[in-house]
Design a protein around this ligand. Structure first.
Ligand SMILES: C[S@@+](CC[C@H](N)C(=O)[O-])C[C@H]1O[C@@H](n2cnc3c(N)ncnc32)[C@H](O)[C@@H]1O
Length: 235
């Protein structure tokens, strides 16, 4: 993965390969805590119960679903560049009225196929780390937001607590790739997960990138010993 485009190609291939097992593995590997993380992220958009929210890197649509569950008049544009992930999500969406409020769109997060200043909120869960060019993605998220709109980035961060850190690192680097590799048949995808978390920006760097993209009030909200963080910015 020498260039950003190499990374994009690799990422798209890996998510295509694991799309059918993604939800099951997510729940298993995170012991379903990921549902809580998406719930908290969605709660942080509660001042925008109506209008359009863009869920970028929407994958199998778990956050899109939570966004429509918490606000009955909200519509969600669910953008992802990996069609098999969106299709896997669509196949398991509950057959209720929320379906009609989720619009899946195949598109690139570095060139979002959405009009400028059209969304009340933008969410991206476990997606920013996967972009080839994260700064371009942030610039695009800022472009599509209405003035006053909110960005929420849910992403893995590295716990600093000396009691938690060694256990977390052992789990992430040793247990997770083997277990997930056995189930999905693609160990490389989960080795990539561990290495992409290790290489991802420090929280302060990410906040600086958000400010550079034009977001104000940029702040970080760590959850579960800092294993993940929610980054908030306002246009
Ligand atoms: C780890 S999954 C997260 C899915 C979902 N947001 C969740 O919370 O489970 C990351 C998703 O980002 C998507 N992705 C990565 N790079 C992208 C890009 N440049 N444009 C659009 N989607 C991208 C992948 O296809 C994948 O579905």
């Amino acid at each position: 993965m020498n260039t950003p485009d190499d990374k994009k190609k690799f990422v798209r291939e890996k998510f295509s390969a694991i799309s059918k097992d993604y939800d099951f593995l997510n729940s298993l590997l995170s012991l379903k805590i990921d549902f809580y993380w998406r719930w908290v992220t969605t709660r942080m958009l509660k001042e925008f119960p109506e209008g359009v929210v863009l869920d970028l890197c929407a994958g199998t649509l778990p956050l899109a679903l939570e966004l429509t569950r918490q606000a009955k008049k909200r519509q969600v544009l669910a953008v992802d560049f990996c069609e098999p992930m969106l299709r896997a999500g669509l196949a398991t969406l509950p057959k209720d009225e929320r379906r009609a409020r989720i619009l899946p769109v195949c598109g690139d997060g570095e060139k979002i196929p959405v009009a400028s200043a059209s969304c009340r909120g933008v969410t991206v869960a476990f997606g920013l780390r996967n972009l080839g060019r994260a700064q371009e993605g942030l610039n695009e998220m800022q472009r599509v937001l209405k003035p006053g709109g909110k960005l929420l980035v849910l992403e893995f961060s590295r716990p600093r607590n000396p009691l938690v850190k060694p256990f977390y690192n052992f789990y992430l680097n040793r247990v997770l790739p083997k277990l997930a590799g056995l189930i999905s048949g693609d160990k490389e995808a989960y080795e990539y997960l561990a290495s992409s978390i290790a290489k991802f920006y420090e929280p302060e760097e990410l906040l600086a990138m958000m400010r550079q993209a034009g977001f104000r009030e940029a702040s970080r909200h760590p959850l579960t010993f800092g294993i993940v963080s929610i980054y908030l910015g306002v246009k």
